[in-house]
Design a protein around this ligand. Sequence first.
Ligand code: APR
Length: 241
Amino acid sequence: MSNANAARAVVVLTGAGISAESGLGTFRDVDGIWTKHPLEDLATPEGFARNPDFVQGFYNARRAQLKESEPNAAHLALARLEAALQAAGHSFTLITQNVDNLHQAAGSQNVLHMHGELLKVRCGGCNAVVRWPGDISTATPCPCCEATGLMRPHVVWFGEMPLHMDEIERAIDKASLFVSIGTSGNVYPAAGYVRMARMAGARTVELNLEPSEGASLFQDTRYGPASEVVPAWVDEVMATL
Ligand code: APR
């Protein structure tokens, strides 16, 4: 039996599925981004070195699409949960593989973007990371060191180290509840977090359209569109606070 007054440490991991109903494509579903475009060309440092303008154009288009998108009921429910947990003295960490900003737009505060952020760019020369809602090209000078040809999306590509790893592992080590939402469980290290959470003694929950690769590792699973299953699950948790 759980003690509703005990301090809880809730860790949520999200993937592209949570933003699907906001109009942003997922990666591996039928019609997913990587079924239409080769990820080797668009999401690796080697692809960028081969054809920087092609890669910049792809991320410029995604940035433009993001500006037209709004958080859906699932993003809003997680922001509501965070506020309620914090008011009740519990902790909440939202780890996202998504490079969109829809969690923040919904009001989430403690968000760790492990794969970077589409609305930021980084200079490959001086490493400055700057907010950048518009287009970039090879001709765009770095606002910090003024070098040209080195600006790139602040997005973690295959073969690169994800961000906030220490903070993420610390949060999962302390988690009492780990919830994975809208991710296929194909990409590590995020795909390994459910095992880490189980080892830390957390209860594990999967909310997804369909069972993910790691579905058998979750103790509780709910399948359906994020805009339905996430608010319903959040209501259940909030009723126990
Ligand atoms: N509601 C809930 N889940 C959904 C919905 C929806 N409306 N639509 C799709 N899904 C689920 C799919 O069933 C799938 O399991 O979301 C998951 C999306 O999986 P992927 O496309 O593989 O996305 P993700 O897991 O976030 O990918 C991980 O791969 O290329 C990289 O860097 C990219 O961060 C990304 C990483």
